[in-house]
Design a binder for this molecule. Structure first.
Ligand SMILES: *[C@@H]1O[C@H](CO)[C@@H](O)[C@H](O)[C@H]1NC(C)=O
Length: 396
């Protein structure tokens, strides 16, 4: 291998560490506004890929918000509402942003009394100012409103995205789980928002997808690589390491493919939002891992002249799968947003694996250098088997 083991270990560690830091901050905290507006709080809302920024002045009951969401289709609408009397859509006092007949972004208010067609109306709060902009596939709805009840600091909110607007009237939205779960309660002064409670089948599918892929790409593949890389240095572990490695990677592949399939299904169901980065890495991982499985069948004998090239190809692909797998697990965490303890637990697992790898890397080098010293008198070191004069102790 051209890469030295130390370089690989360092890369592994750097990748792990660099993924830890951004993973702990919410997405909305990095969002800025062209007008340099500043809000006290922001929240990554739990569905429809939406974000809410707000500032509340209790003395005047004024609430300034910026609601960011991608409309279901480019000519669609986005909406943020307070429901003063209940928790769902009916009864909610909505701000809806869309492109009006003149082609300008506008914000209108609706007292939503039923699931029927909407008519613009006065709402429970007074709107001081409102505006909207559409760029980069998302609509930003800005508003400053005055709440009629002073002293009320927790409100039920609802948000929504829709596909189209007909004759100046927002058309009805889809009824996917994401559209139905887009509500919660908002503590205006403490910055907390809770999502709607109660599981649904989509949440379960997403969790299954998450668990399968974390176990496979995020944990088993790295363990399989550690086995192959470090156990074989010990003559007593031969050929056990090989069977362990194959067993680990083939099981990881089987689990990974099921996880991948659940991901494709979720992707096909998620019409409003496409997580293209996560999706593309997932597809690449599946392709690379499938080629890796073929590598097993095409493996030349140890002393075959092509074995050297086979090794480069097998190791290159293996490390690519390792790194992409871990990156995609973190991308997945950012999409799924499970409770922080799950992501933290994974960070601990991967850090421990990284630590073990570093330790084994050091031990391997010590063992190999010792062996090299004692072999010097008899024959020049040539790697573990008939190598090509390479000094990498881990070269096959
Ligand atoms: C909204 O509509 C309901 C039902 O028609 C009505 O009772 C309520 O007063 C309306 N709210 C506002 C703020 O106009």
């Amino acid at each position: 291998m051209a890469l030295s083991p130390i370089a690989i270990a360092t890369l592994f560690l750097v990748t792990t560490v660099s993924l830890i830091s951004p993973s702990q901050s919410a997405t909305c905290t990095s969002q800025t506004f062209r007008s340099n507006k500043l809000y006290t709080f922001c929240n990554d809302l739990p569905s429809l890929n939406s974000y809410l920024h707000w500032a509340y002045n209790p003395a005047h009951s004024t609430l300034s918000i910026a609601f960011i969401a991608p409309p279901a289709r480019p000519n669609g609408w986005v909406s943020w509402a307070i429901n003063p009397t209940s928790t769902g859509m009916v009864g909610s006092q909505a701000l809806i942003a869309f492109r009006d007949a003149r082609g300008e972004m506008t914000v209108k208010t609706y007292n939503i009394t039923s699931y029927g067609p909407l008519t613009e109306s006065k709402v429970w709060y007074q709107v001081r100012e409102s505006s909207a902009e559409f760029s980069g596939g998302v609509i930003r709805l800005f508003a400053t409103v005055v709440l009629p009840e002073t002293g009320r600091t927790t409100v039920n909110h609802v948000w929504q995205v829709g596909p189209s607007v007909t004759g100046g009237v927002p058309d009805k939205h889809e009824f996917q789980p994401g559209n139905l779960n887009s509500r919660g309660s908002l503590d205006l002064l403490r910055g907390q928002s809770t999502g709607a409670t109660g599981g649904n089948s989509r949440t379960n599918k997403r969790n299954i997808h998450g668990v399968l892929n974390v176990v496979s790409w995020g944990i088993m593949f790295p363990i399989g690589i550690i086995i192959a890389r470090y156990l074989r240095v010990f003559p007593s572990a031969d050929p056990a390491w090989f069977y362990l490695h194959v067993f680990c990677q083939v099981s990881a592949y089987a689990i990974g493919v099921s996880g991948w399939a659940t991901g494709l299904k979720l992707g096909s169901e998620s019409k409003a939002v496409t997580y293209s980065g996560h999706r593309n890495i997932g597809i690449s991982l599946f392709a690379l891992a499938t080629v890796q499985i073929f590598a097993l069948l095409l493996r030349p004998k140890k002393d075959h002249k092509f074995r050297f090239y086979w090794n480069i190809y097998h190791h290159g692909l293996g490390y690519t799968v390792l790194i992409l797998g871990i990156i995609n697990v973190f991308k997945g965490f950012n999409i799924l947003r499970p409770e922080p303890k799950w992501k933290n637990a994974y960070i601990v697992v991967i850090a421990v694996l990284g630590g073990i790898a570093l330790l084994l890397e050091a031990i391997t080098w010590i063992v190999v250098l010792r062996r090299k010293k004692s072999d010097k008198s008899t024959k020049p070191y040539d790697g573990f088997n008939n190598g090509h004069g390479r000094q990498d102790p881990l070269a096959p």
